[in-house]
Design a protein. Sequence first.
Length: 319
Amino acid sequence: MATIISKQSGPWSSASSWNEGKIPSGTDEITIATGHTIKLVNDFSVAKSLTVNGSLDLDNATLAIGVGLKSSSYSDGVLTLGAGASITGQGKISPVCGRICSAATSDNWASVGGAVQFYTPGTQVAAGKVNFELAYVSFTSSVDQIFSTQGNDWSSGSFPQTLIFSHCVFNGPKNIDFGQSGYTRGETEIDIQYCDFRNCMQVKIAGIQSDRVDEARNLKYCTFYNSDGTPCLISYLRFMGSLDMTGTVGVRVKIQGNPVDIADSFFLNDNISNPLLAPGANANTIADSYFYTLAAEAYNPKLLTGASLKNIVHEGPRN
């Protein structure tokens, strides 16, 4: 293992791009320095660590994280997005096992753009676990994103499974999965707070209904807005565990699934044909929130059907 730092902008495959004068291997500790742009054309697997402080152009390559690891520590299979980091291109980031984290700050965000996709391989990995801890990252990529914890044998190893996103902006991907069907286990913590979702068609939490859930899910203090007038579907279908949506601001939002707890929130919807709670929703609790519907039928109770209501203000234009 060696510590390899970029010396200048250039191809990943060129020894002249790196301070040691050699092309990094997956077992090295690799850093792309601030001000440098490294272009990766061929697929690469990170077994130790990659820190991006400058720019990484994935072209059409797949950057795999933690292939062959068993999540025994926090030091292996680590991708870090530093302050001001940028990942572009049309490639994929494929976390199999390890950590995806950021060191960005409120005044120096990291970004994931182009058509870069976080992508989960099509097979489960025994004891493979992925930990996402991202803050101050802007996702402007034009393709769907799947943030999966991956694990199959979640009873072995000491590595937790978390999906933690704070102060992130999603303005590009149409469909976002936080936890993928068949890969998100009951112990997984999903904590999404202070994030901004713009022009998203669907935000899915923790996969499909058949997955067991022991931990509560948070989607708190987030905003949802689509400039083209189409609704954003928040999908949460669980047997156990509730989705906490405290502090939500939503324009043209539809919630599918249950149970969902909403408090101290504001929603604006077009009309009762686009209700806040999709048909079949039940066991939901809504409290201390304000609703405005842009239609004369605003007071129709169908808007909040299937919910337990407390201290609700529901208004709209009168006939």
